[in-house]
Design a binder for this molecule. Sequence first.
Ligand code: 13P
Length: 292
Amino acid sequence: MALVPMGPMLRHARANGYGIAAYNMIDYNSAASIVAGASELNAPIIVQVSVKTVKYWGAKPVGSWVRMLAEDATVPVALHLDHCTDLEVIKRCIDAGWTSVMFDGSSLPFEENLAKSGEAYRIATSAGVGLEAEIGAIGGVEDDKVVNDDESRLADFDECIAFCKEMPDLAVFAPAIGTAHGFYKGEAKIAYDLLDRITQSIDIPIALHGGTGLSTDQFHRCIASGCAKVNISTGHKRLFIDGFCDLREEKPKLGEPLPFIIAQRDAMKADVMAMIRTFGSDGRAEEAADAA
Ligand code: 13P
């Protein structure tokens, strides 16, 4: 089917207590592994892309790979731009037919974040594209952005309310709730009280960033509270490399490239399927597609 916008299916996920996996693709093989994992489990899926990756491949090639994969699939697939601070890149992705984008103004003072996110909101919604926006500062490393422990900051509840009031049709809202990008050093300290307060007052679906390394209980707790989009990047990127390198170690004399690509794809796909089962989105493709 054609690429779908993510907002309506995320609202369905939130209303029905499951999470939709949002995986950061790297290349065509990685995007194919994500869509194949979702297809095998009949699950809705979000293929998202870090800005560095878009800048490397270009918004058009990525757009056509994922559109082609979506058209051949029977599950709904959204194509989303992750953590972007540059409105020009956002416009390029919209022009190339992407179905949602994230503006990340979290490093700006609140008023400035509100103003710039509002501008991105107007650009995206007038093009029929969903917007994700962030408040607070999610720690860790995502793409070229490094937020050290002392710089990470939980979202302020009153600011969350004011922010979402200005942008009631956000596809998904990303408040910092204590999770972090990258591999966790210890256990993530999630501010469930804050998350619950936010979800009791705001009906926009919530994005759970920093999915790599969270426990099944943590995923379930956050999804039950209203996190409908669950982001996985670091773990997927690691499997992209390990899938290749493990086979190299196992068969150092193998000179044919295809088995490496297949090993890489299988490693990524197995993880996508495990996460979909954990988030409870398996078997939800038709309902999510109807909502979209
Ligand atoms: P991880 O890299 O920790 O999986 O986080 C992904 C993410 O939130 C992307 O925005």
